[in-house]
Write a protein that binds this ligand. Sequence first.
Ligand SMILES: C[S@@+](CC[C@H](N)C(=O)[O-])C[C@H]1O[C@@H](n2cnc3c(N)ncnc32)[C@H](O)[C@@H]1O
Length: 213
Amino acid sequence: MGSFSSITGAKKHNAASALSAKVELRRNILDAIGAERAHVFDAYSGPGAMHAAVWSKAATYVGCDEEWFRDERRVFVADNQLVLRTLDLKAFNVFDLDAYGSPWEVATIVAARRGLTPGERVGIALTDGTDLRLKMSGVPHAFARLVGMPARSTKLVNRSHDLMASKALGEMARRMGGRIVRRWVASSTIKAGMQYHAMIVEGCPDTQAISGS
Ligand SMILES: C[S@@+](CC[C@H](N)C(=O)[O-])C[C@H]1O[C@@H](n2cnc3c(N)ncnc32)[C@H](O)[C@@H]1O
């Protein structure tokens, strides 16, 4: 594991592994929202490591995975993009986008469909494994659109992955009608180029949510 830092806070950590960093990012979100007020949509819920470590303490939890894991959790066994386009996302104030590859398509749907009222807070955890793709075959389209760039650049773009992720997260917040008030990031030196993000977005009185897709 590489570095783990709080961008808007003072804390700095060195996590022993990707798993512990991912858990810590999610604990930060749960602490910021308050467990008793946290209503989690876990879009890549998998075998449930994040649920066991953190989300089981939230007030409510709904998972989603295209694979069925037979356990006690309430989970949609379906494609997360379909589910996120169908549900009323106001029911949730925490979104976990723990993808293997690009989370940006799903992030775009959340940003378009989860507008914020002034002062309202939503936590988003996001695993970005697009780095290898940036090297090999260009930028995923949804990522490029959030960043506001053409989708074709490759090597130059790869060096700017951190910057691009920052821009994409800021753009998500803007589309939701809010701004980022807390942000944490960890990056992996073991799993090539994996980045782990968490943020709290707060609705602004002067920013209107941009609904779409
Ligand atoms: C990194 S794992 C998630 C691990 C999980 N967060 C946990 O705590 O154990 C990614 C998961 O995403 C699921 N997945 C990939 N694409 C998906 C999609 N389009 N819709 C729903 N689930 C998807 C995979 O089946 C896999 O279980």
